[in-house]
Design a protein around this ligand. Structure first.
Ligand code: PLP
Length: 466
């Protein structure tokens, strides 16, 4: 059988490699990768021609463009920065807390070479990675000792496993929390090897419920901060202090999962009071766990703070090795904690607190700076305005708290449902994707968390409105 005529027109790999069109591509991606891509491209072209002799053979220039574009796509990272204008300050799906500049510098400094991660430089012997944040955390929280793991879910898991493996854990029915995703207290208990001992009723639990439940099988008395919901009305909760005191009398440890775990009084920033780590430890709680990337505003991590002997047991649990944090996390965490030593500067230096503390007046001013760029970009296809809106903290913290804010509201002129979806998608397709939220037939961009106005304005100038 004779070969289709146009097969002969397909250029050879060598001819393409030595052509001027490929000089740039080879410069960027190297000879080996480029020739591999050319081979794959030509093989695909050949099989197309074998199926249909009429398939045109592109000129070398077009082949070079196609191959360079596909190499670019392979090399672009999937993980990329996003402008979070959703109105949720700590958005779990958008990576929660933005880190301060000092933390970024520390990450680069620590990650680019070797460090004394587990090395005591004065003694010249093995050290403990927790040492790099322990002193700061103990000073800030009043704890005797601390240890850091991968996230707060890991912190709860290892605490339960260390203190109550094969034993019962007493906890109020009102505190059997499910956090978004797949973290549920009853399931974590089971995986930690503990038996859940539910106390009281959903709305009311009394100290006598704890007292009656304690027996020789009890391993731990636990409280979980119901961070993402509130039980209102006829309610009764046993305080941290009462649980801690009973635990002491019963000879078992007390554990509190604070979830967000703030180190500062949020009332300073016009928010509702959240029990601070210091307060819960001061109430006598033996061990407290909280997230590093929620209200603390640091890197993803789980911090465990409490009595020295108990923290020592956690450090000796083989699970600690599996759940430990990386040097970059510790470097960033240490910098964030240093900022807490200078609390007056937090609203300037720490993005999470800066965003939470931002006053409506300031947010409105920022919205006014970017409004003209939105209006110009819309070019009459939508009405653009500044409207009052409400932000939320997110990540389960103070779920009922609405922070007064301002948003840019975009209402497409056309009434078609799809116009709004298309618009939202186009904003997500910007070089730095912009995430907003849909509400009442409009696209909203909450300005509370906007820091880089210049970037947004520049993107709007080059934006192809759908
Ligand atoms: C968020 C939260 C967790 C999980 O913390 P991660 O850091 O996301 O693992 C556990 N318990 C409570 C009460 C929480 O709010």
């Amino acid at each position: 059988m004779s070969q289709p005529h146009s097969l002969k027109l397909i250029p050879s790999v060598d001819k393409l490699l030595s052509s001027a069109e490929f000089r740039n591509t080879i410069g960027i991606y190297g000879h080996t990768r480029t020739s591999q891509s050319i081979r794959e491209y030509l093989a695909a072209l050949r099989s197309k021609v074998l199926q249909n002799n009429a398939v045109p053979i592109p000129p070398s220039k077009d082949i070079a463009t196609a191959i360079t574009t596909s190499l670019e796509a392979i090399d672009s990272s999937s993980l990329q920065p996003v402008l979070n204008l959703t109105g949720t300050v700590l958005h779990t799906n958008l990576g929660r807390a933005a880190l301060p500049a000092s933390a970024l510098t520390a990450i680069a400094r620590t990650a680019s070479g070797n460090t004394n991660l587990e090395f005591d430089l004065s003694e010249g012997k093995r050290g403990d990675r927790d040492d790099h944040v322990e002193k700061l955390l103990c000073e800030l929280t009043g704890a005797e000792a601390i240890t850091v793991v991968n996230n707060n879910a890991a912190a709860v898991l290892i605490c339960l496993n260390t203190f109550a493996f094969g034993k019962e854990v007493c906890i109020s029915r009102g505190e059997l929390v499910e956090i978004g995703g797949s973290f549920r207290i009853p399931e974590v208990m089971e995986k930690s090897g503990c038996t859940l001992r539910e106390l009281g009723a959903t709305n009311r639990t009394h100290l006598k419920d704890y007292a009656n439940a304690v027996n020789e099988h009890t391993g731990l008395l636990m409280k979980v901060h119901t961070s993402n919901y509130e039980i209102r009305g006829f309610t009764q909760e046993v305080s941290y202090e009462e649980v801690a005191t009973l635990a002491k009398e019963s000879g078992v440890p007390s554990l509190a999962d604070l979830g967000s775990g703030t180190l500062v009084n949020l009332e300073n920033y016009g928010l509702e009071h959240e029990p601070t780590v210091q307060e819960v430890l001061k109430a006598g709680t033996d061990v407290v766990t909280f997230s590093g990337d929620k209200l603390l505003g640091g890197p993803q991590s789980g911090i465990i703070a409490g009595r020295k002997a108990l923290i020592e047991q956690i450090k000796n649990n083989p699970l600690k090795r599996a759940l430990r944090v990386d040097k970059m996390t510790l470097a960033a965490l240490a910098e964030v904690l240093k900022l807490y030593k200078h609390p007056e500067a937090l609203t300037q230096e720490l993005p999470t607190i800066r965003h939470l503390a931002r006053q409506p007046d300031e947010i409105r001013r920022i919205a006014e700076t970017v409004l003209p760029a939105f209006t110009k970009s819309a070019g009459g296809k939508a009405t653009v305005s500044i409207i009052p809106s409400a932000s939320q903290i997110g990540s389960g913290a103070l779920p009922l708290d609405q922070l007064p804010s301002f948003s840019i509201q975009i209402k497409p002129v056309t009434e078609r449902d799809t116009a709004l979806q298309q618009l939202a998608r186009a904003f997500r397709g910007m070089p730095v994707p912009v995430a907003g939220r849909l509400r009442d037939g409009a696209l909203l961009f909450d300005i509370r968390t906007l820091d880089d106005c210049a970037l947004l304005i520049d993107q709007l100038e080059h934006f192809a409105w759908p």
